[in-house]
Design a protein around this ligand. Structure first.
Ligand code: 1HE
Length: 267
């Protein structure tokens, strides 16, 4: 009910669960979930208000066989934008994606089919990426005569390193399967449905204390942008707040009482 405006446009479908997990679906399957301006604005609105609306974790997915085909090339072509106009389009993408990465609410991307161009920029703004057997990654910008404008130079480089990112956009190279996980494009690949696995992880994550998740899904990105000295200082400040939160005391007490689960190797 918090998302009337977004639902009215229908470019995103939003489904809230009782535990605060929200499933956000890119909802233009006939256009392979290409990102037009309205979709970006709805992402800005959702992620700007997620924390205050009680969203505890997000599963981000695409309707249909492809997560996201990136920039809506038809809209871009028809609009015949000026440099100034497209710069402002990109700034709205950054607004949305920065709100995702730095917003403090965990975002788990359930990936299938094409995760290309701006679709990879969107996915790389999530905190956890899960592939299935159909998922593939590419940066087709080089072939399309354009360039990345939604953060790939920063986030995709962070995931796989600058030289691999340059190769992807220069040659159109496609990554898929376990190789994509080994390189760092995703943390998980499943034989089953990436959406099912994302829901399971989101339920787990939503059971963490919200302030802890805030630190994980906001502070780590900020700290990584700082010098080592400043990051260590700021980490101590964040830990000062998070590790003394009253809600943590019950969990610490459960550990002391030996009622909390112990960490064991996977069977
Ligand atoms: C689109 C888009 C789109 C599909 N913008 N309409 N991204 C790309 O270069 C990827 C472009 N898309 C593709 O390579 C393929 O469409 C897919 C691999 C994603 C899917 O293939 P397929 O065979 O299932 O679908 P299709 O027949 O190519 O497309 C189905 C429809 O989706 C068709 O529309 P229709 O009205 O003719 O049915 C396509 O036009 C439409 N469609 N992709 C608009 N991207 C901030 S800078 C970011 C820079 C970038 O993101 S560049 C990368 C752009």
């Amino acid at each position: 009910h918090h998302y009337k405006e977004i639902n009215a446009r229908g470019k995103l479908a939003i489904q809230g669960h009782d535990n605060g997990v929200h499933v956000i679906s890119l909802n233009r399957p006939t256009k392979r979930n290409a990102l037009d301006l309205e979709t970006i604005e709805d992402l800005v609105t959702f992620f700007s208000t997620a924390h205050q609306n009680g969203v505890r974790a997000v599963v981000l997915r695409g309707e249909g066989d492809h997560f996201c085909a990136g920039l809506d090339l038809i809209e871009h072509w028809k609009e015949d934008r000026s440099p100034d106009e497209f710069m402002h389009v990109c700034l709205r993408w950054h607004e949305a994606f920065n709100k995702m990465e730095y917003g403090g609410v965990p975002v788990i991307a359930a990936l299938n089919g094409a995760v290309v161009g701006g679709g990879l920029e969107l996915a790389s703004s999530a905190h956890v990426r899960i592939m299935d057997q159909t998922t593939y990654f590419a940066l087709p910008e080089g072939q399309r005569g354009i360039f990345t404008g939604g953060g790939a130079t920063i986030r995709v480089s962070d995931l796989i390193g600058k030289s691999r990112m340059i190769d992807m956009i220069l040659t159109g190279r496609v990554y898929q399967g376990q190789n994509a996980v080994d390189l760092g494009l995703a943390q998980y690949i499943t034989e089953g449905s990436s959406y099912e696995m994302a829901l399971e992880l989101a339920d787990k994550v939503a059971a963490n204390l919200p302030l802890t998740n805030f630190a994980i899904c906001s502070a780590i990105s900020h700290l990584n942008n700082m010098s080592g000295m400043d990051a260590a200082y700021a980490e101590a400040v964040v830990a000062g707040v998070v590790n003394t939160q009253p809600a943590a005391r019950a969990r610490l007490e459960a550990f002391a009482n030996k009622t909390a689960a112990r960490i064991r190797p996977n069977s």
